[in-house]
Ligand binder design. Sequence first.
Ligand code: BGC
Length: 538
Amino acid sequence: MNNEPFWYKTAVFYELYIRAYQDSTGDGHGDFRGAIQHLDHIQSLGVDCIWIMPHYASPLKDDGYDIADYYQVHPDYGTLEDFKAFLDAAHARGLKVVTDLVTNHTSDQHPWFQAARQDKNSPYRDYYVWSDTGTEYSDARIIFLDTEASNWTYDDVAGQYFWHRFYSSQPDLNYDNPQVHEEMFNVIRHWLDMGLDGFRVDAIPYLYEREGTNCENLPETHAFLQKMRRMVDTEYPGRVLIAEANQWPEDLLPYFGTEENPEFQICFHFPIMPRLYQAVKSGDKTPIEEIWARTPDIPKNAQWMTFLRNHDELTLEMVTPEVRQWMWDNYAPDPRMKLNLGIRRRLAPLLDDNKAKWFLLHTLFLSLPGTPIVYYGDEIGMGDNIWLPDRHGCRTPMQWNSEKNGGFSNAAETYFPIHTDPVYGYQTRNVAVQEKDSTSYLNLMRFLLKARQSVPAFGDGVFEFVGTGSRSVMAYTRSIPNQTVLCLFNLSDQPQNAHLNLPDTFTDLLAANPAMQYQLAPDGQALKIAPFAAHWFL
Ligand code: BGC
């Protein structure tokens, strides 16, 4: 395992949904014991760290992001011993593991909320945020727009309104109460004591509420996050904290904190993601250049985290209303594909199952600054099921082989139906089939991750755009002392001429792949670049 202190700066992550991975008990739900059987698969991709979606006891109104007991594993997933066995097995393979930590809210089934609602004088009453009128903080936006009409919900038992930024079954905790800080710190200790490598801390912009603000990114929130980091650094040095804050780059910067008062080592860079899709659809690099122009420099030991897809809808919160509409028009032709301010589809269907576009998008994603995360199933181009409710259509069982239930489970029924359609069905789209095909998504992913991992400059290198004289041709360098990679892409489906100087000698790291081989030809004074071509010149 890489125990170098800043390992996360050059790492690649894999997002794992335990329920979807492998059912070892025959109940139709994946579990930790099942996931252990597939650690070889995860390792074979060439990733360094696994992020597990919430594994806690929960009524699953928000698929585990509604926690009813922070100290227990959801019984569908196994026991604390099973969790520990998974952790140890991952570590034995050199893989680190982080889990979600949901700090902003609990489930309404959590004993704290149950005690709070039943007794105004209970010490737990003040763990949550209450109102007699439900009119306060009216400048705070509603996030789950398709289901929630207000951030306040009246609770008959309590006789008051309670505050929630997500589903009304997820009451927000009250961070003005220092007791809540202590509770959360004890939760952190419980899991880090078991050897966990860190947390992806969920929904952190919303911890505090203040009248007259939008209740996001408040100074009080940053003060708490600094306190949390201090605790972790003191008691568990070397563990990593990742900020999930869906915000503009300038509002993300403070989540890294300062040298004296750090907050997170890593922050998700949400705004870059939709712009990558915009660029490959429009054949125009401008949106990518614009968002990097707006992205501040980050502290020396900090890192961005990037992704193409995850377990949520492809969020369009960080684009203008015009771009959002353009993205919906281009990527969500069926109204069922839209959800809140986003698109509930998986990567391969978004790209029309076009491997050249998939390859191009990944070569961008894996060479731009940031620690990339691969979402489970996207390594084999899994499909989505837009007819399932909420975001579940992107959380269906992993497709291992063409046997019953794709090898995921031998139960009569699985937690969600596995894909059986002619294109994305498990019968043909599965790990076993793709293992044997050198041009499969799976083997391309392995090829790309290996190529990325062989170039330290991709982890930590200085990033600089290079002019090409064409909006469709993007070029940039990533460099560290003694290593420079020039990355060159044609974002369009037509050959393009570009003007740029290539070094006298170089190796194209992408040229060795069996599926996508792009010729680069001189054309007079220019270079002719093939449609959707990608080159990484070392
Ligand atoms: C998670 C969502 C979840 C929400 C509320 C988000 O940031 O990614 O899946 O519904 O937080 O916990």
